[in-house]
Ligand binder design. Structure first.
Ligand code: EPU
Length: 330
């Protein structure tokens, strides 16, 4: 049995007493220990994080990352927990949640119709969409209805058939793994379908991903009434096509590069409504796995395997997960 598996079985924490004390002193009520991740993910599943910290300012965040790096403590950065499946054994190390304190929005008129919108990485994507529509700023409507934060949205190049983050972003200011603040122009951000490749910026073997502190978006002046009408139409269509008011992580798989969408393939395979424990392939949209009450990560992962195997057998297509899967098995 390797060390990781031994730690999984006996639930050894990856943070020592010294780190625990440091976190307590620095963050007081904003650090929680053995915090169930089911409270912080849209799926409503996931075992405990050794520590769950909510920094509220850039310098606090930089000090935290610096300490964790220096002391070899693993960490995971999350935004809204919308696209995340945490396994039942939880997360060894520190979860850093970027939200409050990183959620300011402002805009600045540029030449002609151009407007530069600036926001913190913890801003809710829906708050950003509302802000833009209310002020007659065109360009964000593609994101109407996407849950989660701007930071999470950037890291996974969130989008819909109307566009994606990579289409409208001008710059991203990040905290790199060395805890330095770096402003990256669009040309240094390698977006592709639902992903952002950090390339040489991180050593993926060693480093957690950079943290999005702030982003700038290039929008245009437009008629607020027209924007609102389009936004309402997109929201309505989304409500009609996708499961509502039931925990899920949005689309579970990426659409394959060519041919049918993941939803169509799973539907054609006759899998809608299939259930393992309390995890179910949504009858509203086959690319959603929903938690009908007390699903475990294990139930969801078994459904994932069933879907991937069935779609592979029937259509010879390998579906790739869009949802990020983290943590240890129970
Ligand atoms: N379809 C089926 N059965 C289903 C679901 C869909 O046959 O159960 C068919 C639809 O009839 C349609 C096609 O599949 O012909 C595409 O469906 P839809 O319009 O719902 O789009 P999608 O490709 O499944 C994508 C994004 C969604 C986004 C919608 C709307 C991905 C993986 N998904 O879904 O994003 O909301 O377009 O723009 O790119 C997400 O990323 O979490 C997500 C839900």
């Amino acid at each position: 049995m390797n060390l990781n598996r031994a730690a999984e079985k006996t639930n050894i924490m990856a943070i020592d007493q010294k780190t625990r004390q440091w976190l307590n002193q620095r963050f007081r009520q904003r650090v929680l220990f053995q915090e169930p991740m089911s409270r912080h993910t849209y799926f409503r599943v996931g075992g405990p994080a050794d520590a769950f910290v909510t920094p509220e300012a850039g310098d606090e965040l930089a000090a935290l990352v610096g300490w964790l790096k220096e002391n070899g403590v693993p960490y995971l950065v999350i935004g809204g927990g919308t696209n995340l499946l945490v396994k039942d054994g939880g997360i060894q190390g520190v979860v850093i949640a970027i939200g409050k304190g990183f959620d300011t929005i402002s805009h600045e008129e540029k030449s002609g119709d151009a407007v530069l919108l600036t926001c913190g990485g913890g801003t809710k994507l829906q708050a950003l969409c509302r802000y833009a529509v209310d002020r007659g700023l065109a360009g964000m409507n593609f994101a109407v209805g996407i849950p989660g934060t701007v930071g999470g949205g950037i890291v996974m190049n969130a989008g819909t058939r109307y566009g994606c983050i990579g289409d409208v972003i001008n710059t991203a200011t990040i905290l790199d793994p060395g805890a330095n603040r770096v402003k990256l122009p669009r040309k240094r951000l390698a977006f592709s379908y639902r992903s952002l490749d950090w390339g040489a910026l991180i050593n993926s073997e060693r480093d957690a991903g950079p943290i999005i502190l702030e982003a700038e978006f290039g929008l245009n002046r437009s008629d607020p009434a027209v924007l609102r009408e389009a936004s309402d139409r997109i929201a309505k269509e989304r409500r009609r096509r996708q499961p509502q008011h039931v925990p899920s992580a949005g689309c579970f798989f990426k659409n394959p590069a060519s041919g049918k969408t993941a939803g169509e393939l799973i539907d054609r395979a006759g899998l809608k409504g299939r259930r393992i424990g309390d995890a179910e392939i949504s009858v509203a949209h086959a690319n959603f796995i929903v938690n009908k009450g007390a699903a475990t990560a294990r139930d969801i992962l078994e459904l994932r395997d069933l879907i991937q195997n069935t779609v592979w057998t029937l259509f010879n297509i390998q579906l790739e997960t869009e949802v990020k899967i983290v943590g240890a098995s129970a």
